[in-house]
Each structure stands twice: as C-alpha cells, then as structure tokens.
Design a protein around this ligand. Structure first.
Ligand SMILES: Cc1ncc(COP(=O)(O)O)c(C=O)c1O
Length: 408
C-alpha cells in the first residue's frame, strides 16, 4: 500500500505556494517533481564524485564509471531489458529522432510508416522527415470515436508495405493505452518494426519490453521524478548494432585514421558520444530506485483511483467538456465551456493549480477533438484526493466571468 502522506514529505516542491494557495501540481505529463533522494544523488555527484566517466584511470574516475554503468543496469532491470540494449540520450525526443535517423536508412521508396493522429510531435515528425527523404508514405491508424487505437482499426491499415509502426504506448492528451503487445505481434508477422514512445507509460505503469516485444522504446527521466536532460533509447541489440548514430565524436569510436576509416564501438556506447549528463544519469538511477520501492503496479492503481475519483465529480459539472473520461492513466483533458483554454489555465493559476493549456504537442489531434486547445490536468502518485476536491471546487467556480476577471 502507498503512504502518500509520507511520500509527499520527500518532495520539497510540494511545500510551495502559488498565488497565496498551497501549490497543486497537476502538470505531471509535462514534467514531474523530484524527491530528495534524486536531488541528493545529483548533489552527491558534484560534491563527492565530480569527474568525467569513461575517461580516466584514477579512483574517482573508476567510481563514476561504476555508478554510471550501475544506472544502466538499473534502467535495464526496470524495463526488463539487457544492459547493452540501454542507450542514454537527452530525452524521449532525442531517442525517437535517433531511431528514425538510424532505422530510416533501411527504408525504401514506397515503404509505409504507421503513425496516428494522437501522436506527440517527437513521435511523428522524425518519421515525416524520413518519409520525405526516402519517398515513403505515412499512414495514420484511424482512431475510434473516443480517440483510441483499436486492434480492429490497426489491422485495417497494416499491410505488406508497412515497415515501421511508431506509436505512443500511452497518448499524452487522451491518456489511452494502446494494445502494444498485440500490435507488435501483428507487425512482426508483416516484417515491420515497432517504435514505442513510452514517455507517458514508463513513469506510470510497469513496462517490460521483452514481454511487449517492441523493437525500440523511448522515455524521459524528467517525467518520472528524475532530472531533466536524460532519456532512454531501448533497442533490440541486433538493431542497435545495425544502425548508425546521428552524432559522432569522442567516446563512441574505437579508432579512426586519416583516410576517414572510423571504427565505432559496439552499442550502446556508439550512441553515447561526448560527455553525458553524468549527474542526471545518477539522479535518474535514484528516481528508478524510488519508483521501484513504491512499485509501479501500486503507482498505476493509485493514479487510476485518483483519476476515477476526479472524473466521478467532474462529470457532474455542466460547465465543463471532458474529452477523455475513460482514460487509462491520470490524464484529464477538458475545457471550460465557452472559455479559451489558456484563459481558463490563468484562472486555475489564481487558485494555486498548475495545469497545462494548448495542444500539448499533438497538433494533429485538434480536428478530432474539434477544438483548438484544451486544458490538461495530469496526475502523479504524490497527488491526493484532497487536491482533487480543491480542483473540483475551482472547476465549479470556473464561470466565464471568473475566468476573464483574471485579466482585469
Ligand atoms: C508522448 C510523448 N512523447 C514524447 C515527448 C517528448 O519528451 P521530451 O520532451 O522529454 O523529449 C513527450 C513530452 O511531453 C510526450 O508526452
């Protein structure tokens, strides 16, 4: 069982106030707050380790190397991968771009990449670039009325031309989980690879890449209580070995000569050129240890409980439009009737509630939602039912007058 009261004491940011109210942080899909153990791990690096990794032969350097590789081991265990399949990047966007750059080279004219309208820009744009360069097509898995991907719709667009499937495990606006395992199995029958954007799943639920059998996965430390500037690219080892990195430089090559012969190291090191964010990787390891101690199943169940609690109350308010009442995670996307999302977000700010307004980097979705912008409240395991009660009260009072009064 989770002891949320105890957990909250680890997150100093939760002591903050905003506009004279206790901060209610509901923008967790954008980034998460950090517990003391993560901050301590970062500070410890600067105060007690301080040197580069993969570089020196002295004690401190060896200690940093061990801590860095231990973090890789921790991440591998966290998602059921092998250590050599974990590449540290700067975040989900960097991982997804690397995959498109590397695997895109194996595509040919007429090949098809499957995406969907609910994808984040970082999932679809790199493939648009590949499609333009290689003469491939991009097709979109039709969403059902709720905005979900169903296996039935997926099967309708899967054919022998499809070589890549690039989809989010959990979409960042509607919070729906896709049937990854079944999609991967069907894709593999056709010889296609599956690139799964786990930016919104890895922080919130147990994922096991071997069980799902995805070919690539990507996620960010900062969305899972770790530092910014660190992410993960998971790839099946033969694919990582086969692909080329998009950056070259120190640390990733074994040797090179004046004739331009470059021998790269084996994966994952060939993808990790230059000095990495060492303190971030060590902080990320602390984050994963923290999450694992609570248990990802517990986190997922608690967030779902919070979500259902909120939806039960919000659905009774007739001044709101709810876009995803049946979301599988803690993402609540809504609008206040007749109020532009950004104006409403400013009103919630005056109540001490941090929400995100806009298109949330999923610009293809606006036609489906029939609105130019939405508000997104995204929950995490340190949020509480009391915070939801305050939020629901603020929603009740979110009249046009109150929302616009913020500006006068
Ligand atoms: C589904 C999804 N994919 C990719 C990203 C990009 O992550 P990052 O900004 O950490 O690279 C996000 C961030 O919001 C996301 O929600």
């Amino acid at each position: 069982m989770m002891n949320v009261e105890k957990i909250r004491k680890d997150f100093k940011m939760l002591e903050n106030t905003m506009q004279g109210h206790d901060l209610i942080y509901f923008d967790n899909a954008a980034t998460s707050l950090k517990p003391k153990s993560v901050v301590d791990a970062v500070v410890n690096y600067y105060e007690h380790l301080g040197v580069n990794c993969h570089r020196g032969d002295y004690d401190l350097s060896f200690q940093v190397d061990s801590a860095y590789e231990n973090a890789r081991k921790g991440v591998a265990e966290f998602i059921g991968a092998e250590e050599k399949e974990i590449v540290f990047t700067s975040g989900t966007s960097a991982s997804l771009n690397q995959i498109a750059y590397g695997y895109g080279k194996f595509l040919n004219q007429g090949d098809v990449i499957l995406s969907c309208e609910a994808e984040h820009a970082s999932s679809v744009l790199p493939w648009m670039k590949v499609a333009e360069e290689k003469g491939c097509g991009i097709q979109y898995v039709p969403l059902d009325d709720e905005g979900r991907i169903t296996l039935e719709n997926f099967k309708k667009v899967l054919n022998d031309q499809v070589k890549v499937i690039a989809l989010a495990h959990v979409t960042n606006v509607l919070g729906y989980e896709i049937p990854v395992k079944e999609i991967c199995a069907l894709a593999h029958e056709k010889g296609a690879v599956c690139v799964i954007d786990m930016a919104q799943s890895a922080p919130h639920m147990k994922v096991n890449v071997k069980d799902l059998d995805c070919d690539f996965a990507a996620f960010s430390s900062h969305k899972m209580i770790g530092p910014t500037g660190v992410g993960v690219l998971y790839g099946k080892y033969d694919l990582l070995q086969k692909m080329e990195p998009f950056m070259l430089g120190g640390g990733s090559n074994a040797r090179f000569d004046m004739c331009g012969n470059i021998l790269l190291k084996d994966a994952p090191y060939k993808y990790e050129t230059g000095t990495p964010p060492i303190e971030g990787v060590l902080g990320f390891h602390a984050a994963i240890q923290y999450l694992s101690e609570i248990g990802m199943e517990n986190i997922h169940a608690y967030e779902k409980e919070l979500h259902d609690y909120a939806i039960e109350k919000l659905s009774k308010l007739d001044n709101l439009i709810l876009y995803n009442p049946h979301a599988d995670t803690g993402i609540i996307t809504f609008n206040v009737k007749d109020v532009f999302a950004q104006d409403a977000a400013s009103y919630f700010n005056t109540q001490g509630i941090a929400l995100r307004a806009g298109q949330h980097c999923a610009k293809l979705l606006i036609d489906k939602l029939k609105t130019s912008a939405t508000l997104r409240a995204s929950l995490y395991f340190y949020n509480t039912k009391e915070e939801i009660d305050t939020f629901v009260e603020a929603c009740k009072n979110a009249t046009i007058e109150n929302c616009l009064n913020v500006f006068f």
